[in-house]
Write a new protein. Structure first.
Length: 147
């Protein structure tokens, strides 16, 4: 069996100088394989990772800001966890690390049952703790700059 390689132009170097660079001229926030959609989100929600692999980013978040970076890192962690099967959700439950947490709307609020106690969504849940990596990255960046 044989096959023919494509003719796509690839970056190449001559004497250590890159002659054909990849060009990303799109100004929008984008991550390969993860569509980022800016839209109006409810309340104080700044971002949402969806089971279809997309991420919603609030119109309130300024493009290019540190806040945008923070929200995208957080939601990308959720998206990665969903793609690897570590995290999944539907209207009735959230499954994280093999544990299923019941989910209901109580008095108009999205509530999740953790350790027998109903807590409003967006709280201090295990999947949220793991996704809050920005503070750790910021600490590492600060330490690196000070060395």
């Amino acid at each position: 069996m044989s096959f023919k390689l494509g003719r796509a132009r690839q970056p190449y170097a001559v004497n250590g100088e890159i002659k054909n660079k990849l060009s990303f001229k799109d100004e929008s926030t984008s991550t390969p394989g993860t569509p980022i959609v800016r839209k109006t989100l409810e309340g104080n929600i700044l971002g949402e990772a969806n089971m279809d692999g997309s991420i919603y980013l609030s119109n309130k978040v300024k493009p290019g800001s540190e806040q945008e970076t923070q929200v995208l890192l957080h939601e990308m962690r959720h998206a990665t966890d969903m793609k690897t099967g570590k995290l999944a959700y539907n209207d009735d439950s959230i499954k994280y690390n093999g544990i299923t947490y019941q989910r209901e709307t109580i008095d108009g609020k999205d509530m999740i049952k953790v350790d027998g106690k109903w807590t409003e969504a967006g709280g201090d849940f295990p999947w949220e703790k793991d996704a809050n990596i920005w503070k750790y990255l910021k600490t590492i960046i600060t330490i690196t700059k000070n060395q």
